[in-house]
Write a protein that binds this ligand. Structure first.
Ligand SMILES: [Ca+2]
Ligand SMILES: [Ca+2]
Length: 186
């Protein structure tokens, strides 16, 4: 009887966890949980970035598609006006590339806060795109050195540049996401 009691005690002692073992187990499990959470956060960040990058690329290309058949200058007034002609009041009326450089030739921004964008190729505002904007600038460039801009109407080669930006709710300034540019001979 005495021997049986001692054996039971020994068995219990063998199966019990010491404080150190328990603490070690907690540390190991804790480290595992932290690693999983970190990996998940990294995945979400990467996934968010690739989603934003593809949206930005799409928004840049919407303008390329919208304008690819347009002449460099107005079919009626030619180079008299750089920017929209006096009777062209909205993007629906724009019929040449320099119209998209806006009044005064400083570029045009299309965004949800302004209520005019972002724009799709069919010239309609894309809904549910808060935070996204497209800035379009149209400039003449030196045909022998296309990275050099010249005065409006100063050369026979035009470059259209669409800069796409995104501003999250908790951000104070928009982030540039991508630039899409192309050349159009006059
Ligand atoms: Ca025009
Ligand atoms: Ca024009």
């Amino acid at each position: 009887m005495h021997r049986t009691h001692r054996s039971t005690c020994a068995l219990r002692t063998r199966h019990a966890f010491t404080l150190i073992e328990t603490a070690l187990a907690i540390v190991i499990v804790g480290t595992g949980v932290v690693s999983i959470v970190s990996a998940q956060q990294a995945f979400f960040k990467k996934n968010e970035w690739s989603t934003h990058a593809s949206i930005a690329e799409r928004l840049g290309n919407e303008f390329r598609e919208m304008t690819w058949r347009l002449p460099a200058h107005d079919p009626v007034t030619g180079t008299t006006f750089w920017g929209p002609e006096p009777d062209e009041n909205s993007v629906e009326d724009y019929d040449d590339l320099d119209d998209f450089d806006g009044e005064g030739g400083t570029g045009t921004i299309w965004s949800a806060p302004l209520g005019n964008g972002p724009l799709a190729a069919a010239r309609a505002v894309i809904t549910n795109m808060e935070g996204w904007s497209q800035e379009v600038t149209v400039q003449c460039v030196d045909p022998f050195d296309i990275v050099t801009t010249v005065d409006d109407n100063g050369s026979d080669m035009i470059r259209v540049l669409v800069t796409v930006r995104f501003q999250a709710i908790d951000e104070t300034t928009p982030r540039e996401m991508t630039r899409v540019s192309w050349l159009a001979p006059k």
